[in-house]
Design a protein around this ligand. Structure first.
Ligand SMILES: *Cc1c(COP(=O)(O)O)cnc(C)c1O
Length: 351
């Protein structure tokens, strides 16, 4: 089965060998306070920093998922008043959980054709201490440019960004935000069960000021463990090992970014032409289209016909999400998806 589902998605084929290696070398049984684990974690943090071009003074942590990161931001970083900007299902859920934890949390929902700059320009208040943004809204295929200067009126605000379906697949402007996070089953192309959280010195400073150590996953506790090359709880060591091996194997993110955009171009050209299922882009404004997740709309009957055709040919497409369920499909363009994979898909659609 070739999966274009936008997460969990196609896994890099090399992962099978890495899992076997982890098993035969006993990695699957190592203790997370052992020297062997510390060596693994240290090397993994280092290779990810290098391969993803992450600034040296930004720190990286392993958590369980992107969903967990929503809570970590609320519990460790928001002082009093945060703002969530969203246009889709994941952003909406994040805003909901922020509000459960932070009484003064606010949110603004915007249209899928709008870009963050124009949304930011409409913000009236200027006293938000934390801004929560979704760079990659997987549910509707919108992607946003992250730019700190859009929020310069919010003095000293921390910017937290959900980049779940782009991290590891395209270049991300690390310095434009203080928190970046993602789960591994999207762009990183490994099985689910691990999340990555990246933190700027400014975010760490905020965490220190607030000094919250109420939750096992408060950033300060994660940082204390990271300094020892350990983790705050028993992590998914197998996935850390696999991610490590993949990071060593795959090229630098600059090259992956180019490959992703090349495939984005191919798919964009393909779906801009007339196709037998009359599919068109859900998001009309090309500026806010996510390069890694294509959301295409069509009549419900055509969508079903295409899903059935793909299923018969051992290909899985992503279903529509929430309000777009019946009328859209989603196609992931992650680093695990090759040009040949897309040629196969396009050929089938045109058959
Ligand atoms: C998939 C996804 C999540 C949730 O990831 P989990 O691994 O289920 O926690 C959060 N945000 C975005 C944008 C996503 O695509």
């Amino acid at each position: 089965m070739l999966s274009f589902y936008p997460g969990p998605s196609k896994v890099h084929p090399e992962v099978l060998g890495f899992i076997q290696e982890a098993f035969s070398e006993g990695v699957v049984s190592i203790n997370h306070r052992s020297a062997r684990f510390e060596v693994l974690l240290k090397d993994t943090l280092q290779i990810l920093h290098e391969q993803w071009n992450i600034p040296q003074d930004y720190t990286l942590y392993f958590i369980s998922s992107a969903t967990e990161a929503w809570e970590i931001v609320a519990q460790s970083l928001i002082k009093e008043k945060s703002l969530n900007l969203y246009n889709g299902a994941f952003g909406k859920k994040w805003a909901h959980y922020a509000q459960q934890i932070i009484p003064k949390a606010k949110s603004i929902e915007f249209n899928i054709e709008e870009d963050l700059k124009s949304v930011a320009d409409q913000i009236k208040e200027d006293d938000f201490d934390t801004i929560c943004l979704v760079q990659s809204e997987t549910s509707n295929g919108t992607g946003q440019k992250i730019d700190r200067s859009n929020f310069s009126r919010q003095k000293d605000a921390i910017i937290a960004v959900d980049a779940t379906s782009t991290m590891g697949g395209i270049h991300l402007p690390w310095l434009e935000a203080d928190i970046w996070f993602a789960s591994v089953q999207k762009c990183m192309g490994i099985p689910a069960g691990l999340g990555v959280l990246i933190c700027s010195p400014k975010a760490l400073k905020r965490a220190k000021e607030l000094n919250k150590k109420n939750h096992y996953n408060d950033i300060l506790l994660m940082e204390e463990n990271r300094k020892l090359f350990q983790t705050h709880y028993t992590p998914n060591v197998l996935s850390i090992f696999v991610l490590n091996k993949l990071a060593h194997l795959l090229p630098n993110l600059t090259e992956i970014d180019q490959q992703t955009l090349e495939k984005t171009k191919l798919l964009t050209e393909f779906f801009s032409q007339k196709n037998p299922f009359n599919l068109s882009f859900l998001v009309e404004n090309p500026v806010v289209r996510l390069p890694t997740v294509f959301a295409l709309k069509g009549e419900a009957i055509q969508i079903k016909r295409l899903q059935d055709l793909c299923f018969k040919n051992d290909i899985e497409l992503g279903k529509g999400y929430g309000e777009w369920k019946e009328h859209t499909i989603r196609i992931a363009n992650f680093p695990s998806h090759t040009l040949e994979d897309f040629h196969q898909l396009c050929k089938l659609i045109n058959s």
